[in-house]
Design a protein around this ligand. Structure first.
Ligand code: IVH
Length: 688
């Protein structure tokens, strides 16, 4: 078949794109596109090459793995470090299983299933037990010499020691994945951000902050100065043998992993050997569902035949072994077009920029919007409308824009500017408040803020009005049925029936839910008011100390600030809130509608234990377990469950816990009995 010129051109472009992105990924550890987007380019290229075989040549990126070595000394792998073929779904996994079974004349197979660690492949060579060389995979034939850097990784043995029944071979090449754990990545990224803040304040350009643990891990491993690598907390899982001379003969892969474990190599605990593909499918599904419980990133499961004889029988294709397959999870990162950047206004007026995206499927769901967090983040990432961007949605978290793909940026694109006025009809000013990272709309009448305040009032943590979600609030607000949270209690069946999607039953249900909310506890009502910084714990303490909303309204900031967890700032916020005419109008509407303002039993105990943590162990005479704790908290103190250096005293009753006593003795914490406890409650002081 003659090749159309257009196809020739496309193949040239695709190969150039693969080379470009390979260099960014392997050479610069700073990829611009997601793995999934890269795989898509490679797949497209392979498809065209399959359709027009005369275009195929040995130098095509579909025929070689990764990119060649760059700045480190080259290391030729004595046993090539091949890549793995991918299965994108169950059908492709099954097809691989069938091919393997056919190649083995349908004998039974055992499958060793391992997590596919999203890190950097590494080969480590030991001679007579000494670590002599470590190399990256490179193009599979020649990698980079990173020995000095690998020596700084704590979990990698530098010397292998023989123990009972475990011999040290004369040559042992161990392969595995270097990675940065999520916790190490978080620490590293925070430090980088702080460094950048300092750089910017000194008028210097900020440095690139790695977008994910993989890039951070790869960048850390490929440092020219090994001392830098030493500061980066890298980890390693061993999963494969390379060249081996003088080791025991293993029948299975699992045995070889046990051997590596006994020599001191970290072996991932999630490895499982299974005897059927249906069990393998189940393993893959479970691993995908629980991937976010791990402290490292995985992007699939590697399924390997366990029998080493069977592996030999099947051998390799030009690219990968026939005896293993990588089952890839649904991608969590993808490229898409950022159509526009908009700003959403929260209930306190905070303006949060977000990206409106060309819809894209991520982690199994369609994403068309992603957060950009705040003004600084947009500036730092420099994402612009029209950009192709990398979008990430990991598990249940809110999707976010990782960054732009600069090579695909349209010409004439301009940096996005944060709007100076609110998107609402009032066009009120958006201002960056001194000392805050946030930009805010400062107009309390702003309809966006008003809607968000109503949504918050109805939410689970506040008045818990079932059926009053975002959509209904927007509809009510559109019809001007509610201007504030007080108006919710004058809604009628007639009004609700005018809303789209409401019928008699749903309208009655909502009215019932609103009615039920009138008897929520005082703390919930306080949270529902949306007073800045007043959280559920402080609301609970306020309710307990003052007993009713009216008592809180009448209190001075000084009286309020005496409450545990309230403090001067929140106390002033509370009095300021009730001093506002429009807010008292809401309270009036609540009162008229019969919203309960609380009749919580007032606690008038002296507040003599504020700021003191008193731990109770055993049963203290004259108190129930909860009673002793309540006696402490009602006096403003805290009663945590364990002893620490911050503990003020340990109260010891009958049958105390040994660990609390030991810890308190070790730390020199005062230990008091029931009599001393009574004295403490009375005076707030320790007995002499
Ligand atoms: S085995 C010949 N096992 O995935 C088999 N690879 O896409 C060699 N990887 O190059 C690889 N976890 O960097 C194997 N448990 C695991 C793995 C794993 C991650 C990486 C490795 C490999 C790539 C293939």
């Amino acid at each position: 078949m003659s090749v159309p010129e257009k196809v020739r051109q496309t193949v040239v472009e695709l190969r150039a794109a693969v080379a470009y992105h390979n260099d960014l990924y392997h050479g610069k550890d700073n990829p611009e596109i997601s793995d999934a987007a890269f795989d898509e380019i490679l797949r497209k290229l392979a498809e065209l090459e399959a359709k027009y075989p005369e275009l195929l040549d040995d130098a095509s990126p579909t025929q070689i793995i990764g990119a060649g070595a760059t700045t480190f000394d080259p290391v030729t792998h004595r046993v090539p470090m091949t890549s793995l073929d991918n299965a994108m779904d169950v059908a492709e996994l099954q097809a691989w299983g069938e091919r393997a079974a056919k190649g083995l004349n349908n004998v039974a197979m055992q499958f060793a299933c391992e997590l596919k660690i999203d890190g950097l492949a590494l080969s480590i060579r030991y001679e007579n037990g000494e670590l002599v060389q470590a190399a990256t995979r490179g193009d599979g034939k020649v990698g980079e010499d990173v020995t000095a850097n690998v020596r700084t990784i704590a979990v990698i043995p530098k010397k292998l020691v023989a123990s009972s029944g475990v011999v040290v071979p004369s040559v042992l090449e161990v392969r595995g994945e270097v990675y940065m754990s999520l916790s190490a990545f978080e620490k590293f990224r925070d430090a980088k951000m702080r460094e950048n803040e300092k750089r910017v304040s000194e008028g210097k350009k900020p440095e690139n902050v790695p977008a994910n643990p993989r890039n951070a891990g790869a960048g850390s491993l490929r440092q020219k100065n090994a001392q830098v690598t030493a500061t980066r907390e890298l980890s390693f899982w061993a999963y494969q043998l390379g060249e081996v001379v003088g080791a025991p003969n293993f029948a299975t892969h699992s045995e070889s992993l046990d051997y590596l474990r006994s020599l001191g190599f970290p072996i991932n605990p999630e490895v499982k050997t299974l005897d059927s593909l249906s069990k393998v499918v189940e393993f893959c599904q479970q691993s995908e569902a629980s991937r976010h419980k791990l402290n490292y990133e995985i992007d699939g499961v590697v399924v390997k035949l366990d029998s080493l004889t069977q592996r030999e029988q099947l051998g390799f294709t030009s690219r990968a072994p026939r005896w293993a397959i990588a089952v890839k999870f649904a991608p969590e990162e993808r490229n898409t077009i950022l159509k526009e950047i908009s700003v959403s206004i929260g209930r306190t007026g905070r303006a949060t920029p977000f990206a409106v995206l060309e819809p894209v499927v991520l982690s199994g769901s369609t994403v068309s919007m992603a957060t950009l967090h705040n003004r600084e983040q947009v500036q730092l990432k420099d994402v612009r409308p029209g950009d192709t961007v990398v979008v990430r949605k990991a598990g249940d978290v809110i999707p976010e824009v990782v960054g732009p793909v600069l090579s695909l940026r349209p010409k004439n694109s301009k940096p996005w500017k944060f709007p100076t006025s609110c998107v609402c009809d009032l066009k009120s000013k958006l201002v960056q408040v001194e000392g805050e990272a946030d930009t805010r709309c400062v107009e309390p009448e702003c309809p966006f803020q008003r809607d968000q305040r109503i949504i918050h009032f109805a939410s689970r943590g506040a008045m818990d009005i079932e059926g009053l979600g975002e959509k209904t609030v927007f509809a009510l607000s559109d019809k001007n049925f509610v201007a504030d949270i007080g108006d919710l209690y004058s809604l009628t069946l007639e009004k609700l029936l005018q809303l789209e999607g409401f019928a008699e039953l749903s309208a009655k249900n909502l009215l019932k839910a609103i009615e039920d909310s009138k008897s929520r506890p005082l703390a919930k009502l306080l949270v529902g008011l949306g007073i800045k910084n007043l959280g559920p714990a402080a609301a609970e303490s306020l309710a307990r100390r003052f007993g009713s909303l009216d008592a809180i309204i009448a209190a001075t900031p000084e009286q309020l600030s005496e409450i545990d967890g309230v403090g001067g700032v929140i106390a002033t916020k509370i009095t300021d809130w009730f001093a506002e005419k429009s807010h008292m109008a809401i309270i009036k509407k609540f009162r008229a509608a019969g919203v309960e303002f609380g009749n919580v039993a007032v606690n008038d105990a002296p507040q003599n234990l504020v700021g003191k943590a008193i731990v109770v162990t055993g049963t203290v005479e004259g108190f129930s377990r909860e009673g002793a704790q309540e006696a402490i908290t009602s006096r403003g103190g805290k009663s945590p469950g364990s002893v620490s250096a911050k503990t003020f005293a340990l109260v010891v009753g009958d049958e105390p816990g040994a660990s609390k006593l030991t810890k308190a003795t070790e730390l020199g914490i005062p230990i008091i009995d029931a009599v001393g406890f009574l004295k403490l409650l009375e005076t707030g002081e320790l007995p002499n």
